[in-house]
Structures are given as C-alpha cells and as structure tokens.
Design a protein around this ligand. Structure first.
Ligand SMILES: Cc1ncc(C[n+]2csc(CCOP(=O)(O)OP(=O)(O)O)c2C)c(N)n1
Length: 627
C-alpha cells in the first residue's frame, strides 16, 4: 500500500493562560473524583490506572482534541483510543461532559442494561471511538484510523493511550513499525509510564527500557513529559498539532505515578484493582479534593484490604497452585507460567514456593503459549494460565500450530471463562473458547466443575499424552466434590439417572444444574444429571445411554449454544441417528451484556432457578430448540 503523507493542519501555539491551566487541573480532579464515585457503584475497579493518566485525559479532552459538543460522530473530530481500556471509568465522565450521552447513565455504571462497563465499548457507548479491553490492539486500531482518514482526505489526529505494561504485547510493535513506514504523522501514542502493571513493577516483570530509544529505533518522533504537569502535557500536544513539517508518528512518554493523588495508592504497589470500603473512600475523596497528602497513609480498613486477598475471594483457584505444588513434590518436572495475571489466578502461591519453576511472561500471551511449546520440547511439562478469552481466543493459532499440531504436552489453563468477568465486558468474556479449542485436533478439552475436580484433573494430566486446554471459572464456584475426588479424562460422571430428562452440564454449570435437578425432582419428575467435565474426547457412551433412558436431554454451559457442549452432544445424536430431543442451554449466539456476574447468570438463566425454568419450558414444548 502506498499512501502519500498529507500536510497536517497548522494550529497556532498560544500560551496557556493561568485560568485555562487552572481549568485543566480542575478537570483532572474531576476525573479522579468521578472515578471514585463510579467504582463505588461497581464495587471494584482500576482507581490507580485512571489516577496516573487523569492529567493526560484533561489535556486531551479540554485542550488538544478537536471535538464538537453533543456530536460524538462528527467526522472531523480527533480520535481517541485506549490500549489501557481498563481506565475507561475515567473516560466516561468526560464523554458525558461533552454531551455525547446523558450524564444520568453514569449513575448506572456496570449495572445490567447500562452500556458503561469496565472497558470502553464503541458498540454501546457514544463517544468511544474504538472498543478495547484486550491489551495491545489499540495502536493498530489508531494506525488504521490514521490511514483511513488519509484515504478519506479527513485530516483528524489520532491519540492512543497505552500502558507501559502494554509494551510487552507484540502487536504494539507491529503497529509501531507500520506507522513509521506509512509516515502517519497524525498518529500520537501517549505512554502512561507509571512503572507498574498488574502483577508488579513493569521493569521487574519484563524490562522495557530504554523505552525512548526503542520507539526512536522504530522510526518515531519521541518526547518525554511530566504526565502530571497538565500545562506541560497540553503545551506539548499543541506543539505537535502545530508541527506541519513532521513526517513521523509521535510517541509521548508521560512520566506518571500509579495512583497519583491518593497517597495510600501511590505508595502501595499492589493497588491495581480494588475497592475502597466506605470510610476509605471518603478519605480518598477528601484527599483528592483538598489536593494534599492526608491520613490515607494510615492503613486502610479491613474491608478494603480484604478485597486484595484473592484466595479468600476465590477459594477454587487455590486448588490450582496446590495441585501444581503436589506435582513438583511428587518429583515431576514442570514449569508454570502466567501473563501478568498471577494476582487473578492465585499462582502467586506457587511462585512463592517455587520461584525457580515460575515464569512471569508479562502481558504477552501469544509469546507465553509458544514459549510453553518450546519448554515442552526440553523435557519439562509447562502449565500456563491466563484469562480464557486471552488464551483460547487470542492465542488460537499458537495453540493449534505450536502446541496441538506439534503434539507437545503443554497444559493451557483458561480461567475466568464464560461470563464470569461480568462487567469487564465482551473483551473479557469467553463464550466461544470451547467451540474453538474443541475443533483443534489432538487437543483435549476439560472443564472441571470445582476446585477439587480441577486439582484432580491437573494431577491426572501428568500422565495424559495430549496437550490439554483446561477451562475453569473464577474460583468462586461452590464445591460439588470432596477433596479426594478421582478424575479420568473422557469419562463423564453420572450423578443421577432420569427418564423424563437428563441434564448434561459442564464446568461452572454443574452446581446450579444439580440444584435445578433437585427442584425438578421435587415436583415428581425423573431427572438425571451428568457432569460432562471432558468436552473432548466426549463420553459418547454416557450421552447415548442417557438418550436411551430419557425423553429429553438438555445441555447446560456457560458458553455460546453454538459449538460447545451442546454442539458436541448434538453431533453424537445426529451421527448415531438418535431422534432424542435435545435442548441446548447457554448464551444464545450473542455478545453477553455487561453486569456483575450474578446478575448475568440470572439474566441468561444460568443460575439454578433459570436452569429449572428452561428445563420446564423444554419439557412442556416438546419441540427441538433451534438457536
Ligand atoms: C491481552 C490482555 N492480557 C491481560 C489483561 C489483564 N490486565 C488488565 S490491566 C493489566 C495490567 C496493565 O498494565 P499497564 O499496561 O502498565 O497499565 P496501567 O498500569 O497503566 O494500568 C492486565 C495484565 C488484559 N486486559 N489484556
């Protein structure tokens, strides 16, 4: 593609008045205060990721960007994309302030039916130019907008806010190389260099320095600025707009402090995600309002701190580390890795015990999966874990080619699958991963129902000849099984047999399905339940036997009804010519909504009550369900 570089629009650099600077400072405060308010509605969020870029938001939205009030789709507007989409809670108040949507929407942040989730969604929110949440895509999106604008002879500027941890993602550098090649001088990447990512210090996890030199070497014009000096940021952005001679894209490295403005957060490196109890929230607000350091440096209350204790909140995930520790203690050669999510998957427990066997890959999932394949060639069995969406969806090609086709004994652990990440939104929901992984030849696919079964499956995996995709939940699923439960790949567990209906559940859906079955039995129905923990290879005998015994089968999965457990069972019935009726229950081929997980389970009828209702409907209908 050969695209000529258009002349940028000249903009005069005027001096910023004291009054305007005061306004920009006030707007940064506004961003912080609104962030605290909105997170108190959601009850969890990324305070510190917003606080570090509050002045950048202010300089962009109240000085640099060309926007028209109330016209989110004005074609001439400058564009804004967020690689660090998890800071969207700080963006929404600005978009509302620009009249892009009704301010009242802010009050329903993350609630069911509200478009505002933890990550920005262009499909739902007016004023969001590009959806994000999966770190690493935004610069490519911005590059495309810069190129597309040029093709349309529409010379807007494109600003892309990136996290410094985001530098780990390979796609950032693919976009960087292409942007320099195409001389997209209207593309301005701003890196929020706050020094921290999720699991700790960026330069301890995977060092990124010398950062400026890297961008320069990729052909970018690089500037450094104090990211909390709002006047300096605004001045620099004005200069960049006025520079009509530039032929290169621009990288602004904004030196910032994670959690800036609330001392407790500035000094506690573990504060990436959290929730302030009410009394701590008041202190934070006070501190932001009076813009001085105050009593927040005293320890926060037990309620606030409790949020940080991940294992207390997700007991199911502690089984993962424990099972891996058991494997090491039994003398097996394993390696364990994650991609900046040990905080979420609880693997810190393993990392503390066996640091020499633990590899932190930073935010580079595709690199992690292929590196795991490399490790597997050397005689160690790698177990690598990240959110299911970033494993099965983002790394599909690496899983297929480097792991499964290469027949390497890699264990892929996709946690927080299905809709369990609630209001994190579509980027974080994994409702296609069973369909994807199930269609990859030679890959075993397992969805344990609870912690004990997960531990048993992890231990059993040591002798399993194929690579495995473990699909697990968020660790809050109630235990169905005792700690000493046995596990056999490909062998379903029949909990009960029934002549009216057999419910076939997988993963997180087993517990509510067992409860629903009990309620159905209480009204005189004969209801069986099968735990189909292995999706591939599917226990065909268990399916066919249930088909012979029951008038109706119903699959229950936290997944799209297409291609997952329901699809697998349907294939068995069709292949064998069984006319048994089947109701596939799950997400009806749509992108799931934004809301807290329990609200979503209720909405999609994936809690016990909902499953019971769907089963009764299916029994009453007597017709096949078509998605
Ligand atoms: C592809 C991908 N992997 C993992 C995550 C989970 N995650 C959310 S925020 C975050 C850390 C981000 O760190 P950084 O880019 O430095 O941003 P900041 O510190 O400014 O919040 C991670 C790993 C994600 N959203 N996307």
């Amino acid at each position: 593609m050969s695209i000529a570089s258009p002349p940028p629009i000249p903009v005069p650099v005027e001096d910023l008045s004291a009054e305007h600077i005061a306004h920009l400072k006030e707007r940064a405060l506004f961003v912080r205060l609104e962030t605290v308010r909105l997170i108190s509605i959601a009850k969890v969020g990324h305070y510190t990721s917003v606080f570090s870029c509050a002045e950048i938001f202010s300089a962009l939205y109240y000085d640099a960007m060309r926007l028209r009030h109330g016209e989110p789709k004005w074609p001439g507007r400058d564009r804004f994309l967020m690689g660090k989409g998890h800071a969207a809670v700080g963006l929404y108040p600005l978009l509302a302030d620009w009249g892009f949507f009704d301010k009242a929407l802010l009050d329903g942040y993350t609630r069911l039916g509200n478009p505002l989730g933890d990550h920005p969604d262009m499909r739902k929110v007016a004023g969001v130019d590009f959806s994000s949440g999966s770190i690493g895509h935004a610069l490519s999106g911005g590059l495309g907008m810069a190129l597309g604008g040029r093709l349309q002879n529409n010379l807007f500027d494109v600003y892309v806010l990136l996290g410094d941890g985001e530098m780990h993602e390979g796609q950032v550098w693919e976009a960087a190389m292409a942007a320099a090649h195409y001389k997209t001088s209207n593309l301005i990447a701003i890196i929020d260099r706050n020094g921290y990512q999720l699991d700790g210090k960026v330069d301890d996890i995977i060092g990124i320095e010398p950062l400026g030199d890297k961008w320069r070497a990729f052909g970018w014009d690089v500037h450094e600025v104090d990211g909390h000096d709002v006047a300096a940021v605004a001045r620099l952005l004005r200069q960049l707009k006025a520079d009509t001679q530039r032929e290169k894209p621009v990288c602004v490295i904004a030196l910032t402090v994670k959690g800036k403005g609330v001392e407790y957060m500035e000094t506690e490196p573990g504060w990436h995600l959290g929730w302030l109890a009410e009394e701590d929230e008041l202190l934070a607000i006070e501190e932001i309002k009076i813009q001085r350091r105050c009593a927040m440096s005293s320890p926060v209350s037990a309620d606030t701190w409790q949020y940080r204790q991940i294992n207390a909140r997700a007991p199911g995930l502690s089984y993962l580390s424990d099972a891996l520790i058991d494997l090491v203690e039994a003398g097996h050669k394993i390696a364990v890795g994650t991609a900046d999510l040990q905080y979420s998957n609880g693997l810190s427990r393993f990392a503390q015990r066996y640091p020499e066997l633990f590899i932190q890959f930073g935010i580079s999932e595709q690199n992690m999966v292929t590196a795991a394949a490399g490790i597997a060639t050397t005689g160690s069995m790698p177990f690598v874990a990240t959110f299911a969406s970033f494993l099965a969806l983002l790394c599909c090609e690496q899983i297929r080619m480097d792991v499964a086709y290469s027949a390497l004994p890699v264990r892929l652990i996709g946690h927080h699958s299905g809709i369990s990440l609630g209001f994190y939104g579509t980027s974080h929901h994994a409702t296609e991963d069973l369909a994807i992984t199930r269609s990859i030849a030679d890959l075993t696919v397992v969805a344990p129902a609870d912690g004990p079964q997960l531990a048993a499956a992890i231990r059993a995996s040591i002798d399993h000849p194929q690579p495995i995709y473990f699909r697990i939940g968020r660790g809050q699923e109630p235990n169905v099984y005792p700690d000493d439960v046995a596990f056999e790949f490909g062998k379903a567990i029949v909990h009960e047999r029934g002549s009216d209906l057999t419910l076939i559940a997988t993963g997180s859906m087993l517990h509510p399905t067992l409860e629903a079955a009990q309620a159905l039995r209480a009204s005189g129905l004969s209801v069986g339940v099968i735990d189909m923990h292995t999706i591939k290879p599917l226990d065909r005998d268990a399916v066919l036997r249930a088909a012979g015994e029951s008038g109706l089968l119903m699959t229950v999965e936290e997944h799209n009804v297409l291609g997952g457990l329901g699809g697998a069972v349907a294939e068995v019935l069709a292949d064998t010519g069984r006319g048994t009726r089947l109701r596939r229950h799950g997400i009806e081929d749509e992108y799931s909504l934004i809301a807290p997980p329990t609200h979503l389970y209720r909405h999609y009828r994936l809690d016990a009550v909902g499953i019971e209702v769907v089963a009764r409907e299916a029994l009453a209908q007597g017709v096949d369900h078509v998605a």
